[in-house]
Design a protein around this ligand. Sequence first.
Ligand code: NAI
Ligand code: MG
Length: 491
Amino acid sequence: MAAPVDVKIFDVKNTKLFINNTFSDSSSGKTFPTINPSNEKVIAQIAEGDKADVDKAVIAAKNAFADGGKWSKTSASRRGKYLWKVSELIMKYADELAYLETIDCGKPIAETKGIEIPLTADIFAYYAGAATKIEGETIPVSGNFFNYTLREPLGVLGLIIPWNFPLITAARKIAPAIAAGNTVVVKPSEFTPLSTLKLAEIFAEAGLPEGVFNVVTGYGKTAGAALVAHPDVDGIAFTGSTTTGQEIMKTAALTMKRLSLELGGKSPNIVFADSDIDTTVKMAAAAIFYNKGEVCTAGSRLLVEEKIHDEFLEKLAARAAKMVPGDPLNPETKLGPLASEVQLKKIQHYVDAGKSEGAKLLAGGNRIGHEGYYFQPTVFGEVNNSMKIASEEIFGPVLSTLKFKDFDDAVRIANETYYGLAAGIWTRDIKKAHTLARKIKAGTVWINTYNMYDAAMPYGGYKMSGFTRECGMESIYEFYTQVKSVWVDLN
Ligand code: NAI
Ligand code: MG
C-alpha cells in the first residue's frame, strides 16, 4: 500500500470527443452523464459519440497512417520520444489524473496516486524504449535465396477500454500500438471516460501529429460496436467481459480483424498448509479486495488445504470484517465504493445466490449506507465449484472459499473453470510451487505474491479468459505488428 498523499481538487475540463487533435461535440449533439460512485452525483456530461463519430475518427486515423503521411515518415526513434514525453507528462499531471480516476471509478486516491498513475507512466516509458527494438529476422531458407522478415504495423486500431482500470488498461494498448507505428481510436468505458480524455490533452501537448491518437466517448452498443464493425479498422484490442468479447469476435469475423481479447477470470488462489498463515491471510484478502474486487485477476476462489482450513478462514473473516470502505478522496482510505449501480445490483444478486445455494456467509454481505455504492468485503465458506459464486465472475468484493485435501485435489479444483486468467500459489516448498505453476491452466501464476504487474511482463488469458498477451515485447509480436517475408533471388 502506498503512503498517504496530499489530495488536490481539479475542475473537469475535457468532456468532448478528441479527433485530429481537436476536442469537439458529438455529431448528434447528445451527451451522457458520468457519475461519481462515492456520492451518486453527476460529475460531468460527456459527448456521446456514435457511428458517425467513429467514422470521422477512423478517417482521421487512416489519413494519419496513410503512405506518405506524416506518421508513416516518423522514425521509430521519434515515436519512442513521443511516448517518453507522454510518460513524463503523465507524471507532471499525476495529481489531476489521480483525482479524475478516483472520482470517476471510486478508487482510493492513495492507490491512484501511489500505484496506478506511476504504473501508467511506466508502461509508456517501457514502450518508448521498445519502439526502436522491433526487429525482423533473417531466415536460412533452402536454395540460393536471401530471406528476411519485416515487422510492420497493422494500421488503424480500435482500443476498447473497461472501467475498472481505465488508464492502465488503456496504456497497455495505446503505448505498444504507437510504438509499432499504428494509429488508434480509443473508446473508453461510458462509466469512466475522464482520465482517457485527460490523456488526449496530454497527447496533444506531447506534439503527436493529427489523427494518430483519437478518442470517441460513448456507449458500447453504439460507438464500441461501430468501431468493431468498421471495415477500415484493422484490429481491435479489448478488455472487458467474456460475453462482450464473444460479441466482438462474431462481428470482427465479417471484416477479418485481428483481435486481442483480455476477458474475465475466476482465478484460484491456492494456500498450502506449509505457508506462513498470517502473511497469507493478509495477502489473500488483498488479492480479492484490492480495487473492491473489480479486478480481472482477482483471487476470487480461495483454495485452502484441509489441515489449516478452519483456522485460516476464521482469521480471514476477521480481517475482512475490519476492512471498512470509505471516501476514496480521503488519503487514508484503502477501499472505495463499487464503480456503479449496475455493479452494486450484480454483487447483491451474487450474495443472494451464494446464500440460497448453501454457501456459508462468514463476513460482510451487505450494502453500507444509502449514498454511494459501498459494499462490505464479503467471504463465503463451504463453497464448491458447482455453485454460481464459484463458477461465474462476480467482479466485486466477494470471496468464495473451497477446501482441498492434497496437491492433486488442488490442481483439479483450480482448473475446473472455463476461465484461465491467473492463479496464486502459497507454499514454502519450491518444488511443489513450480510443479503446480506448470499444471495450472492460466496466463499468469503468482508464487507467494499476488496481483503483481510490470510493463515488461506478458499478461493475458488461457481458455475463455481470452487470447494474445498484453505488455512486454510479446504484445508487439502477437498483436501490434504483422510479419512480412521478403525473398531475394541470389542465383
Ligand atoms: P463490457 O465488457 O460490456 O464493457 C467493456 C467495454 O466494452 C466498454 O468500453 C463498453 O462500452 C464496451 N462494449 C460493450 N459492448 C460492446 C459491444 N457490443 N461492442 C464493442 N464494445 C462494447 O463490461 P461492462 O458491461 O462494463 O461490465 C460487465 C461485467 O463485465 C462486469 O461486471 C465484469 O464481470 C466484467 N468485466 C470484466 C473486466 C475484466 O477486466 N475482465 C473489465 C470490465 C468488466
Ligand atoms: Mg463514473
